[in-house]
Design a protein around this ligand. Structure first.
Ligand code: HEM
Length: 248
């Protein structure tokens, strides 16, 4: 195979309608050229990060739309858009495992080129960290306060699997998927640079543990714990063992 011939083909000429509409000439120039890569894995490292930024851009834009749909009381539309966000989140987590095909040595070579950069500087991630506060305020105003309902009623005493319950569950799913990303990312760090290593900012990677515990919507997790306590009141802290069935 003639490598350089294929590399030119990969860039495309940028003249066809597909290439013009999608701006492939610019898109495919966003990575280092083959001769500038420190090793072959650097291309994958760049592409995974760039793709993740694009998913975060799509998620953040979609969350803005969800916010508007919630304000307008368009629950079905908001739920469809939430599904889009959740799929992006799942893909973000799954795609991290691509980087587990990179050897620790190859990553050390790449790491020499990263300055003191940190994922905490990611524009997509930063905006996603801020948005849940606004989403929660709107959920409370539109779905709880306007109907004069509490989360306890929605989940337990007046449970009816309605619009409010569905939106609350979509928010809980967002929270959970975010945690799954953070957990998978922590495993990736361990796999690449080891446990208890220092980040490029010179701080222990364990500072990320705080994020692993963060809940965007704590009330959605508390409401379940309170239900467990209340329902558990019928059997106390621990239940009696089940009796074997007569015909067993
Ligand atoms: C070999 C692969 C990777 C390694 C070794 C790695 C390592 C790290 C480290 C050490 C930090 C903490 C930096 C600090 O002190 O601020 C960090 C944060 C972060 N990284 Fe990565 N990372 C990798 C891949 C990725 C990828 C593919 C993404 C995709 C978006 C990503 C997104 C982030 C984000 C969002 C944070 C901030 C996390 C938070 O605040 O909870 N990282 N990463």
């Amino acid at each position: 195979m003639n490598r350089s011939e294929y590399e030119v083909m990969m860039r495309g000429a940028g003249q066809l309608d597909y290439e013009i509409y999608l701006n492939t000439a610019r898109l495919l120039a966003c990575q280092k050229t083959p001769e500038d890569l420190c090793n072959p894995d650097e291309l994958q490292f760049m592409i995974v990060h760039q793709v993740e930024e694009l998913w975060m851009k799509l998620m953040a834009t979609t969350l803005l739309d969800i916010h508007d749909e919630m304000l307008a009381g368009n629950t079905f539309k908001a739920l469809t858009l939430f599904r889009r966000v959740h799929i992006c989140q799942e893909m973000m987590t799954t795609q991290l495992s691509l980087l587990e095909t990179m050897s620790p040595k190859d990553y050390q070579e790449i790491r020499l080129l990263l300055g003191n950069g940190s994922g905490q500087e990611s524009p997509g991630f930063r905006v996603l960290l801020k948005m849940p506060k606004d989403l929660w305020a709107t959920f409370e105003a539109v779905y709880l306060e306007s109907g004069n309902r509490t989360l306890e009623q929605v989940y337990d005493s007046e449970y009816r699997h309605d619009d409010t319950y569905m939106i609350a569950e979509a928010l809980a799913e967002f929270d959970e998927q975010f945690q799954k990303f953070r957990n998978a990312h922590m495993q990736l760090i361990y796999r690449s640079i080891g446990v208890a290593a220092n980040s490029l900012k010179g701080r222990p990677v364990e500072i990320l543990n705080e994020g692993l515990r963060q809940k965007f919507f704590p009330a959605l997790w508390t409401v379940r714990a309170e239900m467990t306590d209340r329902w558990g009141g019928s059997y106390g802290q621990k239940r009696a063992k089940l009796e074997p069935k007569a015909d067993a």
